[in-house]
Design a protein around this ligand. Structure first.
Ligand code: UTP
Length: 219
């Protein structure tokens, strides 16, 4: 059983039937147990931005983001075959529903991190054989490739190296990280075999088939 983290900006960037369907087709052709964690995408960022302007604290902004990820999860679950109609709010619910259904989709859990960490914690809790992180970049780079065109993309890394890179990125104000630090730490502590790649439907399909794409995090 695998856990797939589907970045919100990939599947729910510009919300459309065609885009959601292109991902649903890939998941529906994967006839195996699968736990999916979806992100919030553009909509959650817009909600959070407006809430911040009203002076909302960070935890309240996170809770707003979580609601959007759950709404996205509910929509995506309706596009999938053999999927739980209930959206688990925590890992225990996810495990129970996975015993009944072939697929489950969930969003976030609690404030303080993104769905990257949620997916890593879920993979840890379910003892998943692999964690697949489908994101907006095509792997892990030595530095932010937007800021430094000479940044090197890694074909593989150890979990210790991933944590080192992610914590370096986090220290720079305003820089976005390929996965959040908590996700890196969970992958590191439980040695979860992980692959981080650009989450187009074609590449997600390859990853689910067991092909090597993006960056592999060695357990
Ligand atoms: P995302 O996981 O989509 O965050 O959750 P993101 O950083 O915009 O997306 P990626 O990782 O770059 O693809 C949306 C927001 O919901 C809250 C956070 O505020 C996050 O930024 N959230 C999500 C939580 O607080 N806890 C969770 O478990 C998940």
């Amino acid at each position: 059983m695998k856990v797939l983290a589907l970045g919100g900006s990939m599947i729910f960037g510009d919300l459309s039937y065609e885009r959601v369907k292109s991902y649903a087709d890939v998941i529906n052709s994967h006839r195996d147990k699968l736990a999916i964690v979806v992100g919030g995408g553009k909509i959650s960022r817009e909600f959070i931005e407006i809430a911040r302007k009203f002076g909302a604290d960070e935890a309240s902004c996170d809770m707003l983001g979580i609601e959007i990820t759950r709404l996205n999860a509910r929509l995506f679950s309706l596009a999938l075959n053999n999927c739980s109609p209930e959206i688990p709010h925590d890992f225990r619910e996810a495990k129970i529903l996975l015993n009944i259904y072939e697929k489950i989709v969930m969003g976030g859990t609690f404030p303080g991190h993104t769905t990257d960490a949620t997916s890593a914690l879920l993979a840890e809790y379910l003892s998943a054989e692999q964690l697949l992180i489908a994101t907006s970049v095509d792997g892990v780079y030595s530095e932010d490739p937007v800021k430094n065109p000479d940044a090197r993309r890694y074909a593989e890394l150890t979990a210790d190296e991933l944590v080192e890179i992610v914590s370096r990125n986090e220290l720079r104000a305003g820089s976005s990280s390929v996965v959040d630090l908590l996700a890196g730490k969970v992958i590191q502590r439980s040695r979860i075999p992980t692959m981080i790649f650009k989450g187009t439907p074609e590449i997600v399909k390859k990853a689910l088939r067991g092909e090597r794409v993006g960056t592999i995090i060695l357990p």
